[in-house]
Design a protein around this ligand. Structure first.
Ligand code: ATP
Ligand code: MG
Length: 353
């Protein structure tokens, strides 16, 4: 029996509804594959911020380092400004744990309805890789002449060769590993004239190390259009922190629903734990109603098991999700049904048997 130490952070809103379903499925697949878990749950998030002024305790990051992986719901809720919740929990974890890859599969599951006419699961199956530690999301900058008519705001983008090369290499390595052919770069080197030409140069330099793989690049504006018009063009798409963020919400939306999309914040070196969370946020509009789709969380659990080396268990979860989506079983309202979060979680556990 292998015991996996998992730090569990439900966070805010529907995080508290979908995380229990994710844990339930992990337990069920564990029983089949000889996996055991030591879950440690943390009540970090916006409610804690209201009570204590911090989203997580001062030694929070240190505590997380003791785990094999982090399983997160969603953080952020009305009443706490978004930048406070983001910089008070998510970004510190991603940076301190060197989770410099944000990996998001964009895959239209059989049984899902695609918002694009004439597109099906065979057209939409690619990966978005977002640089997760530097780039546009930087603390460098400030505000000048506040409150005057000469007021201005400055925010610097920082791209290092170390940070850029490693995300590109990850993209090319993943492309080989999953048996795909092409890596696409998201750029904007016509308008952003320092960082983006650097990004392009590094892309070309790293591409030269992988002569067996094809490459292409698009400016981010037309690339978003191509995601909608030609999703079948893409295998692996690599983008900076901001561009990757945008593309990795657009991709799942094109694939049918944000509610089922998973995501992984990966530390490829494995010296600190990686973190697995659904693409969606805390969904305040439906929180507390018990109707959130738990599949994004459950699929994130599968990515966690895959990352920890338990491929067969991960594949089993993805298969069970697909079985339920394709069948006549329960569906939550976002995917056209009337079932509850728990019904859908139960159906996936049942499909695992
Ligand atoms: P964040 O900034 O944290 O990413 P967001 O502003 O992008 O959050 P979400 O919380 O993801 O927003 O919600 C966007 C919309 O998608 C809302 O209408 C929400 O109800 C819906 N939604 C999000 N997640 C789910 C889910 N798991 N099931 C059903 N609907 C969802
Ligand atoms: Mg969002």
């Amino acid at each position: 029996m292998t015991t996996l130490k998992v730090a569990v952070i439900p966070g805010d809103g529907i995080g508290w509804e979908v995380v229990p379903e994710g844990l339930k499925v992990l337990e069920a697949v564990g029983r089949k594959h000889g996996l055991d878990y030591a879950f440690t749950e943390y009540d970090w998030g916006c409610e804690r911020f209201h009570k204590t002024g911090r989203l997580m305790p001062e030694d929070g990051l240190e505590r997380l380092k003791e785990s094999d992986a982090i399983f997160l719901g969603a953080v952020g809720f009305p009443g706490v400004p978004d930048h406070v919740s983001l910089w008070g929990l998510l970004i510190p974890i991603r940076r301190e744990m060197h989770q410099y890859v944000n990996l998001r599969p964009v895959r239209m599951m059989k049984g899902m309805k695609c918002p694009l006419a004439n597109r099906g699961p065979e057209d939409i199956d690619f990966w978005v890789i977002r640089e997760n530690n530097e780039g546009e999301y930087s603390e460098i900058g400030g505000r000048l002449n506040r409150g005057t008519d000469r007021e201005m705001a400055i925010q610097e983008t920082v791209m290092t060769r170390h940070g850029t090369d490693r995300i590109m290499r990850y993209a090319f390595d993943l492309c080989r590993r999953v048996g795909k052919q092409k890596v696409t770069s998201a750029t904007k080197s016509n308008g952003i004239i320092h960082t983006m030409p650097f990004w392009d140069e590094r892309f070309e330099a790293i591409a030269a190390e992988y002569p067996d793989l094809k490459t292409d690049k698009y400016h981010i504006d037309i690339l978003t259009a191509h995601f909608v018009l030609h999703p079948d063009w893409f295998d692996v798409v690599v983008g900076s922190n901001l561009f990757g963020d945008i593309l990795s919400d657009l991709g799942p939306a094109v694939a049918g629903s944000i509610g089922i999309a998973p995501s992984a914040n990966i530390n490829p070196e494995g010296d600190y734990p990686s973190m697995f969370e659904p693409v969606h946020g805390s969904a305040p509009d439906i929180a507390g109603k018990g109707i959130a789709n738990p599949i994004g969380q459950i699929w994130s659990g599968a990515m966690m098991l895959e990352h920890l080396g338990h491929q067969a268990a991960a594949d089993d979860i993805v298969k069970a999700i697909e079985t339920v989506l394709e069948g006549a079983g329960p569906k939550t309202p976002d995917i056209g049904g009337q079932a509850t979060t728990k019904d859908l979680g139960d159906a996936i556990v049942e499909a695992l048997k």
